[in-house]
Design a protein around this ligand. Structure first.
Ligand code: NAP
Length: 438
C-alpha cells in the first residue's frame, strides 16, 4: 500500500502513465503552475512511464524521471496518485487495477477503459479505499462527471444528450457551412491534427459510444454495456443532406443520447441526427462539445466547452488530482438511492425520419413509396423533389415522416429498396425530438 494511504496524509507524489499530448500538459501543469493556483498543495511528478523513453518531449520534468519501467510508478511508495494517460484497454486496465490494489489513488482520462471496465475498476477502488476519478474521460475540459456524481444526485435524470466527439463535429460543421464532401473534410481534419490517420474511433462513433456509456452509468445508476448501445457513424452523411435539411429547418450533428423512463427503460444511442436549427445544440460548431442534462428537479442544464486538447483535458485531470491531494477519500459512491433501469431496444425507439431517395422522375413514384410506408404504419409529413436529372430521368425525393417506430421504419426501408421506381435509398436519418415539437 502507498505511504499516504497508510498514514491518511493526502498524497503529493504523482506517477504518470503516459506522457503524450495530455500527459505532457499534466506534467507541465504540476511542475509549472498548480502552486500559483493552490498554494496549499505541493504536488510533484515522481516518475513517468512511456513506451519510448528516448523520444524528445516538450515537458519540464527531469528526464531521469521518464522511463519504460512500470515499477517506478505502480506500488512505488513515493507515488500516491497514479495518473493514467496512455489510452486503450490493454495494458491500461491491468495497470490501473494494480495501482488501485497497491493502495494508490488513480485519475484517468481513458473513456474506453471506463466504458468497458468502469464498474469493475470502481469496485476495486472501493475495496481498497482509494479514489478512482475520471472527469477528463468525457467531454475533455467540460465538467460533466463531477456534476452528475455530486451536484445532481437529488435528481432523477431523464436524459443526457450531447455532441461529445469534437472530430466529427468539426467535419459535420464544415460540411454544413461549406457544402464540402465527407472525404475532403476528413482529409483536412487529418492535416490539421483534429482527426487521427485511422479515423475509425471518431467517425464510426466508437469514441462517442464509450463516452455515453460512462455518462449513462452515472446518470441512471445502470450498467450500459458498450455492445447494447446503438451506434452509427457519419460516413453516410452527404453534403446534399445538409442542403435539404436546412430547407426543412434542420442541421445534422452526431448525437450521443441516453434517455430513460420507468416504462420503456433506458435507451442509449449514437447516430447522426437532424436537429432543429433554433435549439442550442444546432449552434455547437467546430471542435466544441456540449452536453444537455435533464433532471426532474433542476430541469434542463447545458454544458458547453472544449471537448479535447491538451490544456482543457489537463484542466479536468488536475481538478481530480487536486481533490485527492486535498484529502478526498472513497466514500463508496453517491448518496442517492440508485434506480436501475432495464435496457430498452432501439427497435422500440420512436422519432420522425428523413429519407432521401434517388427515384425515377415519373408519375406514381411517390405513391408507391407512400404505400410501402403506409403498410408499415408510417405517415408522410412532407416531401421535396429536388435535383431533377432530366437526361437520366432521375430526381432526389426527400421525405419527412411523422413519428414512427424504428422497427417499422427498418422494415419499410427493406421494401423501399425493392421498388423498381427507386434507384437508391441514399440517406435515412433520425430527427431528434425537442420538447413537444420535433
Ligand atoms: P498520446 O498522445 O498518444 O499519448 C499516449 C502516451 O502513452 C504516450 O506518452 C505513450 O508513450 C504512452 N503509452 C502508450 N502505450 C503505452 C504502453 N503500453 N506503455 C507505456 N506507455 C504507453 O495520447 P493522448 O492524446 O495524450 O491521450 C491520452 C488519454 O487521454 C487517452 O485515454 C485519451 O482518450 C484521453 N483524452 C485525450 C484527449 C486529447 O485531447 N488528446 C482528450 C480527452 C481525453 P510514447 O510517448 O513513448 O509513445
Amino acid at each position: 500500500m502507498a505511504n499516504s494511504a497508510k498514514t491518511n496524509t493526502p498524497p503529493t507524489g504523482v506517477g504518470l502513465l503516459g506522457l503524450g499530448v495530455v500527459g505532457s500538459a499534466v506534467a507541465n501543469a504540476i511542475s509549472q503552475r498548480h502552486r500559483s493556483v493552490d498554494p496549499a498543495v505541493s504536488l510533484n511528478v515522481v516518475a513517468a512511464v512511456v513506451r519510448d523513453a528516448s523520444r524528445k518531449r516538450d515537458v519540464t520534468i527531469d528526464s531521469s524521471a521518464i522511463s519504460t519501467n512500470l515499477e517506478t510508478v505502480i506500488a512505488n511508495p513515493e507515488v500516491g496518485i497514479v495518473v493514467e494517460l496512455m489510452g486503450g484497454v490493454d495494458p491500461a486496465f491491468g495497470y490501473i487495477t494494480s495501482a488501485l490494489k497497491a493502495g494508490q489513488h488513480v485519475v484517468t482520462a481513458n473513456k474506453e477503459v471506463m466504458a468497458k471496465h468502469g464498474s469493475e475498476l470502481l469496485a476495486t477502488a472501493a475495496e481498497n479505499n482509494v479514489c478512482l476519478y475520471y472527469e477528463a474521460s468525457v467531454a475533455g475540459g467540460i465538467p460533466i462527471i463531477g456534476p452528475l456524481m455530486n451536484d445532481l444526485t437529488a435528481n432523477k435524470i431523464q436524459s443526457v444528450r450531447g455532441i461529445i466527439n469534437g472530430t466529427t463535429n468539426f467535419i459535420l460543421t464544415k460540411m454544413a457551412h461549406e457544402g464540402a464532401d465527407f472525404n475532403d473534410v476528413l482529409a483536412e481534419a487529418q492535416a490539421l491534427g483534429y482527426a487521427e490517420s485511422d479515423p475509425t474511433a471518431d467517425v464510426d462513433g466508437f469514441d462517442a459510444l464509450y463516452k455515453i456509456s460512462v455518462l449513462a452509468r452515472l446518470a441512471f445508476h445502470t450498467e450500459v454495456p458498450v455492445d447494447v448501445i446503438h451506434r452509427e457513424g457519419i460516413r453516410e452523411v452527404h453534403a446534399k443532406d445538409f442542403r435539404y435539411a436546412s430547407e426543412l429547418g434542420y442541421t445534422i450533428k452526431l448525437l450521443a443520447v441516453a434517455q430513460a423512463n420507468a416504462d420503456s427503460g433506458l435507451l442509449a444511442r449514437v447516430h447522426p441526427a437532424l436537429i432543429p436549427l433554433d435549439v442550442p445544440m444546432a449552434s455547437v460548431n467546430g471542435v466544441l462539445n456540449a452536453v444537455e442534462v435533464e433532471g426532474d428537479l433542476v430541469g434542463p442544464l447545458w454544458f458547453q466547452g472544449p471537448g479535447a486538447g491538451p490544456n482543457p483535458t489537463a484542466s479536468a485531470v488536475m481538478g481530480d488530482v487536486l481533490r485527492i491531494a486535498k484529502g478526498a477519500t472513497n466514500d463508496g459512491g453517491s448518496s442517492s438511492v440508485p434506480e436501475s433501469f432495464a435496457i430498452a431496444s432501439m427497435s422500440d425507439h420512436e422519432c420522425q425520419y428523413y429519407i432521401r431517395l434517388t427515384a425515377s422522375d415519373r408519375p406514381g413514384v411517390l405513391a408507391s413509396v407512400a404505400r410501402v410506408l403506409g403498410d408499415a404504419d408510417i405517415s408522410i409529413n412532407s416531401v421535396l423533389q429536388k435535383d431533377t436529372d432530366t437526361e437520366n430521368g432521375h430526381a432526389d425525393l426527400v421525405i419527412m415522416t411523422h413519428p414512427a417506430l424504428e422497427n417499422n421504419m427498418q422494415s419499410a426501408v427493406r421494401s423501399i429498396k425493392e421498388l423498381d421506381t427507386v434507384l437508391q435509398l441514399d440517406s435515412l436519418l433520425r430527427v431528434e425530438t425537442y420538447g413537444d415539437r420535433s
